[in-house]
Design a binder for this molecule. Structure first.
Ligand SMILES: O=C(O)CCC(=O)C(=O)O
Ligand SMILES: [Fe+2]
Length: 290
């Protein structure tokens, strides 16, 4: 697929769209909405898994840096360690074949194995301002300089767990910003379009694409998402899963999920292996099957 002009909106595809087609749209626009990425039943069960933890959380950031605290959101709740908190997440959502096909196709080709950098609930409450526009690759700063020609260093599946409307804080995206010459340019709110979605849909986007949570202008609606994102195995992830997830839970996971969480070694292209024990596979050292 080729592009000549900057797209003005986000395209939507069904979840049975060929992988190559989904990735071609992401390469062109920077992101795509995958309709019915999860079933209604998965949405309901996941929400039930985390509802109590969400209730116990206070909104707003605990970070002492003001810019980072603003980024986290004044009336936003962020819940991490979903692997431990949600059986639906650790046995189904994280092991979704579509996710693995899209990540395999991107990362295995460009840079070898990948792992999960974070999976977190982001619930934007009434009165929360729009988040600062950013590219997710800014967590690994040298890739800002490499810009559009650098490798893909983070793929994000932002899954809607409530309906996303323009009023309740649907994620704002700048389609085509993955092709800009200068990644220090993060655009303006006027350049953005809202990722309006039904619960169960997912915004699948590149780390090169400018986006941010939308402002919640409603009186009493909460917009719940899960940001579910992956790095190549040569980068450090956001959440230190081997220290968060009990070994007993880790043993119950599929081998590919164990690798995604750092219970197995990483094999970036050109490397004999990373995250090893005495140059051998970590999974063997831990006595994991398979
Ligand atoms: O909540 C959203 O819609 C986007 C959040 C986001 O982009 C982030 O925290 O990196
Ligand atoms: Fe982001």
């Amino acid at each position: 697929m080729t592009v000549s002009t900057q797209p003005q909106s986000l395209q939507s595809v069904s979840r049975d769209t060929p992988i190559e087609e989904i990735l071609a749209i992401v390469a062109r626009d920077g992101g795509v909405i995958i309709k019915n990425f999860l079933t209604r039943d998965q949405i309901d069960r996941f929400n039930a898994d985390v509802d109590q933890s969400m209730e116990n959380l206070r909104p707003g950031s605990t970070h002492e840096n003001e810019v980072i605290a603003a980024f986290h959101g004044s009336n936003t709740k962020r819940l991490t360690n979903l692997v431990t908190l949600s059986p639906t997440f650790r046995h189904e959502i994280i092991d979704n074949d579509l996710v693995h096909s899209l990540c395999d196709q991107t990362f295995l080709e460009q840079s070898g194995t990948y792992w999960m950098t974070t999976a977190q609930v982001i619930e934007i409450g009434p009165g929360n301002d729009a988040q600062i526009l950013h590219r997710d690759l800014e967590n690994w700063y040298p890739f800002v300089q490499l810009g559009k020609n650098g490798p893909e260093v983070i793929l994000n599946f932002l899954i809607a767990f409530t309906d996303f409307t323009e009023e309740n804080g649907a994620t704002r995206v700048i389609p085509g910003s993955n092709h800009w010459d200068d990644f220090e340019d993060r655009g303006t709110p006027e350049d953005t379009v809202p990722a309006v979605m039904n619960a169960g849909d997912a915004l699948f986007f590149s780390g090169k694409t400018v986006h941010g949570g939308g402002a919640n202008r409603t009186a009493n609606e909460y917009r719940r998402a899960v940001a579910f994102a992956f790095n190549p195995g040569f980068l450090t992830g956001e959440e230190a899963y081997p220290f968060l997830v009990d070994m007993e839970i880790a043993r119950s996971l599929s081998p590919r999920v164990q690798r995604m969480l750092g219970f197995r070694s990483q094999y970036p292209t050109g490397s004999a292996g990373l995250w090893q024990v005495d140059y051998a596979e970590l999974g063997d050292y831990l006595g994991l099957d398979g």
